[in-house]
Design a protein around this ligand. Structure first.
Ligand code: PGA
Length: 242
């Protein structure tokens, strides 16, 4: 399976910057599959500007198809404007918007039903890791954040590694990805064996190759370093060729 490199712009990016970013992506020869996840208003522009083989991801969607939900966006509308993926349950949404595992589960079910590929984020806090609870926390998040119809990607993002420049040791990433794989296989059998598991949290051009070489790491979810196309593409270029 090809490595998947997804860029999470968070609340960054401008309409004026879309063309140059897309041109840089078009000019690069990258073996990995790319997904660009800008803020909502930039999604149609990126969908139009990027080559068709590059995915376009939103950073959230609502669980309902339509209705009185001011400020929210449905999965079906995202699909209509050219979106292919949606990040769900990012720790910033869990923290800033109080999203629970049940919320994430309902959103993921809606995304799959609408034909989007969810990228469901899980990860422990530093206190949970220090207490030796990291694997159990992530197993619980997975059990309750993934719907029965889940077909998508999982991103392991330790909360303490996001935006901090710190990353877990190779052994800790390997152990967590093995635990996630085991949980996916237990729940989804052969489908679970094939679901890509991304690592996220301070992935940069200079540490990407090491992280992407670890067992069961099928790609990266990149925050800060995805804002500059050159850095994002350098990370993608460091993925092993398969
Ligand atoms: P970071 O963010 O790469 O800036 O650490 C990753 C993420 O939150 O998806």
């Amino acid at each position: 399976m090809r490595f998947i490199i997804a860029g999470n712009f968070k609340m960054n990016g401008t309409l004026a910057g879309v063309a140059a970013y897309a041109d840089a992506v078009k000019a690069a020869e990258i073996g990995a599959a790319l997904i660009v996840c800008p803020p909502f208003p930039l999604l149609p522009a990126f969908a139009a500007a990027l080559p068709r083989h590059v995915g376009v991801g939103a950073q959230d969607c609502h669980a309902r198809a339509s209705g009185a939900h001011t400020g929210d966006v449905s999965a079906a509308l995202l699909k209509e404007v050219g979106v292919t993926h949606v990040i769900l349950g990012h720790s910033e949404r869990r923290a800033d918007h109080g999203e629970t595992n049940a919320d994430v589960c309902a959103k993921a079910a809606a995304a799959v039903a609408a034909g989007l590929m969810p990228i469901v984020c899980v990860g422990e806090t530093e206190a949970q890791r220090d207490a030796g609870e990291a694997v159990e926390v992530v197993r619980t998040q997975l059990a309750h954040s993934l719907p029965d119809n889940f077909n998508g990607l999982v991103a392991y993002e330790p909360v303490w590694a996001i935006g901090t420049g710190r990353t877990p040791s190779p052994d800790d990433v390997t152990a967590m990805h093995a635990a996630i794989r085991a949980a996916l296989v237990e729940r989804f059998s052969a489908t679970g064996a094939a679901m890509p598991i991304l690592y996220g949290g301070s992935v940069k051009p200079d540490n990407a190759a090491g992280l992407l070489a670890l067992p069961e790491v099928g790609g990266a979810l990149v925050g800060g370093a995805s804002l500059k196309a050159a850095d994002f593409l350098a990370i993608a270029a460091s993925a092993p060729t398969v």
